[in-house]
Design a protein around this ligand. Structure first.
Ligand code: PGA
Length: 258
């Protein structure tokens, strides 16, 4: 399975000029490597121009979308519209959207299905808010597996087995996002095995093996190997470090074993 290196620019940079410059630096540093797919997810308004500039070297993704394909939904962008401009992926259910825009598991589920219907690939983000804790007897309370298990089931409800191969699941423990406190490779691996096990229960083993499971949360060039090599994740979702062109290229080079 090829590795996925995804840059989530969030609401950055503040000008189109800067976006073009950053994209140019990243494009220059990427070689055509069959084993690594680089996906950049900029704000919506930069998508079209960057798709044109990418010359098929970098794949573009959106950071959100609506679940209806068209109609009277002021301010929304649909999966069909994204597909039409050449976008290939859509990040969905990011913890910031769940937190600041009150996106529920039911809304995320509708979006996942709409994205698949438009022949785009969802990058479904999920993760627990706090690190696993222990009760007074020292027994683990297993928040990670309880929360993730629910999210996988609810967010993928009604998705047929044949479409699981088009889904990327990004394990993003909220406590590790943006703060520079990445999760250990052991914890990332534990979560990834748990997600795969849940998919096996929902579908079957061979279907579960087709999903890509990646890690996100304070990824940088110092720790990317922990996730790609040690935790055997299928890739990484990079936030803050993707806004630094040379750092993002380092992450790419390390992942592709250059
Ligand atoms: P971070 O963000 O790399 O800045 O922690 C990751 C994300 O939110 O997708």
């Amino acid at each position: 399975m090829s590795k996925l290196i995804i840059g989530n620019w969030k609401c950055n940079p503040a000008s189109f000029n800067e976006a073009q410059r950053l994209f140019g630096v990243i494009k220059k540093g990427i070689n055509k490597d069959e084993n690594v797919e680089v996906v950049i997810c900029p704000p919506f308004i930069y998508l079209s121009s960057l798709i044109t500039a990418s010359q098929n070297k970098i794949v573009l993704g959106a950071q959100n979308c609506f679940w209806e394909q068209k109609g009277a939904f002021t301010g929304e962008i649909s999966p069909d519209e994204l597909k039409d401009i050449g976008c290939q992926y859509v990040i969905i259910g990011h913890s910031e959207r769940r937190k600041y825009f009150q996106e529920t598991d039911e809304m995320i589920n509708k979006k996942v299905k709409a994205i698949l219907k438009s022949r785009l690939k969802p990058i479904l983000c999920l993760g627990e808010e706090t690190r696993d804790t222990f009760n007074s007897e020292g027994q683990p309370l297993n928040e990670m597996s309880l929360i993730i298990g629910e999210q996988v089931k609810k967010n993928l409800a009604g998705v047929p087995a044949a479409r699981i191969r088009d889904i990327v699941i990004a394990y993003e423990p909220i406590w590790a996002i943006g703060l520079g406190h990445p999760c250990s490779s052991d914890d990332a691996m534990k979560a990834s095995l748990f997600i795969r096990k849940t998919l096996t229960q929902l579908y079957d083993r061979s279907t579960a093996e087709k999903a890509k499971i990646i890690y996100g949360g304070s990824v940088n060039s110092q720790n990317v190997n922990d996730y790609i090599k040690e935790a055997q994740m299928d890739g990484v979702l990079v936030g803050g470090a993707s806004l630094n062109g040379s750092e993002f290229i380092k992450i790419y080079e390390i992942s592709s074993g250059l």
